[in-house]
Design a binder for this molecule. Structure first.
Ligand code: GTP
Ligand code: MG
Length: 327
């Protein structure tokens, strides 16, 4: 409670409007807002080309605006280790529903980071996303954030029926839980990117502390097939992931994304268990969890490449009640 109030107060103190950026008049402000660029930090951290493409304003003029936004937004400064440590203290952890998996992650999914779950079809990625959504609405003392949730659903796999089952098991009011989950269907990768940008705007309304993208890579994978389009795909994915990370940092929110492995019967080269998106996704996601199937609904979660946690495994169980410990 105390912490939330502190964050809120800091937000209010820092509140600058985009008209405060030197060079941004009424007409420019309107164009920026129409395209979801309605806060100084979002503009300060955007690329001139992206903003120019979105708004139709020339790249030179936009570069000046971005540079002015950077000055007033107070970014681009080096921070001391002490300051970073202070920010780290604001990091919250969201329970996964399984104590085993929480322990593997040092207590749960961290805010201000992206956590990626990858694995083959049916490995439980979507089930875990449903469980995280339910958990996020739970009170802090139960490992939740008592907050709303945003879900970008690219495969049309969100099922309210599952939310109801999981809520009942946790003795939550399922109607209330459903009311706090906001789902947007993304029809293609471009739409997905726009929704990622829009999430910041939505958070002002809902104070969501969890943003889910399920699946992060499916549209990109199907739309950019040949080797020739690989670099374009990677660039777009990179930009999308940075939008997500920015949301996580600004809102002190958890970002959870799913990714399939590249195993396909028609692919005979490369590592069949390699996640899609390769280095771009790997470098931007702070925590990567590889899921593989075990017997009778069991799933083995393996933590890979964590910045400070030891590698290890946890056994979880996918059940009608949701995600629980496996044995
Ligand atoms: P893709 O999106 O296809 O890559 O797979 P995914 O990793 O998202 O798999 P998902 O989370 O959809 O897992 C599906 C599996 O979860 C099913 O094969 C079932 O084993 C299990 N599952 C889903 N719903 C239930 C349920 O209500 N009860 C039980 N016991 N298991 C369920
Ligand atoms: Mg899925």
């Amino acid at each position: 409670m105390e912490k939330n109030e502190k964050v809120k107060k800091e937000d209010e103190e820092k509140k600058l409007s985009i008209e405060d950026i030197p060079g941004v008049g009424e007409a420019t402000a309107e164009k920026l807002r129409e395209n979801g660029l309605d806060d100084v930090m979002a503009i300060a951290t955007a690329s001139p080309k992206d903003v120019s493409d979105l708004t139709g304003i020339g790249e030179g003029a936009i570069a000046k605006i971005i540079s002015a936004a950077r000055k007033i937004a107070d970014i681009g400064n080096f921070e001391t280790g002490e300051e970073i440590f202070q920010k780290r203290k604001d990091v919250l952890r969201l329970t996964t529903g399984s104590q085993n998996l929480n322990n593997l992650l040092g207590g749960g999914l961290e805010t201000q980071s992206i956590t990626e779950f990858f694995g083959e079809f049916g490995s439980g990625k979507t089930q875990i996303m449903h469980q995280l959504a339910v958990n996020c609405t739970m009170p802090e003392e139960k490992g939740g954030f008592n907050s709303d949730v945003l879900i970008i659903d690219t495969e049309n796999t969100f099922r309210p029926e599952r939310i109801i089952q999981m809520s009942k098991y946790r003795e939550l009011d399922s109607d209330e839980v459903l009311r706090r989950i906001h789902v947007a269907r993304a029809y293609n990768s471009h739409h997905q990117i726009l929704l990622g940008e829009k999430a910041g705007e939505m958070a002002k309304e809902y104070k969501a502390k969890l943003l889910i993208v399920d699946s992060l890579t499916s549209h990109f994978r199907s739309e950019y097939m040949g080797r020739g389009s690989l670099s374009e795909r990677q660039q777009l994915l990179n930009r999308h992931m940075h939008d997500l990370l920015r949301f996580g940092t600004l809102q002190n929110a958890v970002i959870a994304v799913t990714n399939q492995v590249a195993a396909r019967p028609d692919v005979f080269f490369g590592d069949p268990t390699a996640p899609i998106g390769g280095n771009i996704v790997g470098h931007t996601a702070t925590f990567r969890i590889y899921l593989r199937k075990g017997k009778a609904g069991k799933r083995i979660a393996r933590l890979i490449d964590s910045p400070y946690l030891p590698e290890g495994e946890a056994v979880i169980q996918v059940s009608e009640d949701g995600i629980i410990d496996g044995t």
